[in-house]
Each structure stands twice: as C-alpha cells, then as structure tokens.
Design a protein around this ligand. Structure first.
Ligand code: 5RP
Length: 238
C-alpha cells in the first residue's frame, strides 16, 4: 500500500509542470506543501527555481521553510499578481472542485493569494477527495479575538449548531493565526449548501474570511494508489 507521503509526492511531481522560469509562484501552507511539494520541487528543478523564480508564502510556516531552502521570497504586498499558486486542502468535492481549507489556519492569507493568482493548483491525497461535503464537516472561520464571543453567539443562534473556538497544541488557549486572529470551526448545518453558508458567514460583521474555496480552484492533482488523478474545473483556461 502506498504511504500518504508517496501519494502526495507523486501528485506534487505533476504540479511541477506549471512552474516555468521567471514565474512568481504562490505557496500554500500545511504538511503537503512543506513535506511533499517543496522537497519534490527542489529535487526535480533544483537550482533552476532558486535562481529563476520568486515565491509568495501564505504563512510563517512556509516562509521559514522556503528561506531555509534558499528560495527567493516576495510578500503579498509586493506583487501585483501571481502566476500560479500551489496549495493543498482538507477536503475537495469531485464535481465542483469546491475545497475546504484551513486545517493549518492559514486560509485567510491563502484566499487572498489565490484571488490574485492566475491559477490555483491543489495537491491532495485520495483521502481528501469526496463526492459531496457532508453536513457536520467543519468550516473554519477567521475572526479577530476582540469580538469572537458575539460572533460565536450569533453563529450558534442563527445556524442552530454548536461551534467551537479552535484551540491548539503547544500553547494553552485559542489558536491565534499569523495575522493575529482566532478561528471558529463551524459544522456545516443540515439543509445549507456550502454557497449558502459562505454567503451567510460573509454577512456577519466580524467574520474576516471562511475556509470555503468556491470557483477558485483551477486544477486538482489527487495522489491515489493507482496513479495521479487530474481534475480540472470546467471552463477554466490553464
Ligand atoms: C492550511 C490549509 C492546508 O492546505 C490544509 O489544512 C491541508 O493541510 P495538510 O497538507 O497538512 O494536510 O488549508 O490553511
């Protein structure tokens, strides 16, 4: 049986075809990017990417990792657009390519990055691919800590679900993101589509962003035991 790492590395190898000399590349966050994509990219493209590309990281995790690897970085504030962003996700719906992101807590930066990228390419293993994202799946929501309690109260009252403020390991209390915010994990309520929940959440004052990525993903490479599956969003020009 193939290990998770080898599935993710096979998918990462395919995504490399999107990296051309001179391009500005966005980097998502999490273990797939840090432990599969970046090592594979360095193995296969080596000094070429170090000398010919700039990278825009979406978190301190990836910023520090990229610096250790000798990559040249730009911040989001320094670029007008990004040619392609390579990222992962927690769940991806097979038909729509809607993704849930934010297990690593970097989804606000990742969403801004993807919004200025010509293409967003995801690398996942087969365990993250689902036919449909089910009620109860946790949707991360980023909220500044100064008003986390009223926002939490309103979400529970209006959605009729119990939500939780994310806590971390290695620190007591709430997870505080790289941008200084807290995260509420909201279970997708019965009877709500992801689009309906996303629209509702964006209307709640205090909500900065959600981990629902709709109509943003261009392509997904899925590492499976039988090779890499390629899924493309309909109507997207790559
Ligand atoms: C971080 C993310 C990650 O892409 C997502 O959580 C997947 O992480 P991993 O590669 O560790 O499974 O959205 O905000």
């Amino acid at each position: 049986m193939s290990s998770l790492l080898s599935l993710r590395k096979s998918a990462s190898r395919k995504a490399l075809s999107y990296i051309k000399p001179g391009m500005i590349i966005g980097l998502g966050s999490g273990s797939t990017i840090a432990e599969s994509f970046l090592p594979v990219m360095l193995e296969e493209a080596g000094s070429d990417v170090v000398e010919k590309n700039f990278f825009v990281p979406s978190s301190r995790q990836i910023e520090f990792r990229a610096l250790e690897l000798g990559l040249r970085l730009l911040s989001l504030n320094q670029v007008e657009k990004v040619d392609v962003t390579i990222d992962s996700a927690d769940l991806v719906e097979k038909e729509s390519l809607t993704a849930i992101k934010g297990g690593g807590g970097a989804f606000l930066m990742e969403k801004v990055l993807s919004s200025i990228s010509d293409n967003l390419i995801l690398i996942i293993d087969e365990n993250k691919l689902v036919e449909k994202i089910q009620p109860g799946s946790l949707i991360p929501v980023e909220v500044p800590p100064d008003f986390i309690i009223p926002v939490k109260r309103r979400l529970e009252k209006e959605l009729g679900v119990s939500v939780r403020i994310r806590t971390g390991s290695g620190k007591v209390g709430p997870v505080i993101t790289d941008l200084g915010n807290a995260i509420i994990d909201v279970p997708l309520p019965e009877g709500y589509s992801l689009g309906q929940l996303d629209s509702f959440l964006h209307r709640v004052p205090g909500v900065l962003e959600t981990g629902i990525f709709r109509d943003l993903v261009s392509k997904v490479y899925v590492g499976t035991g039988n090779g890499v599956l390629e899924l493309e969003r309909r109507g997207v020009m790559l």
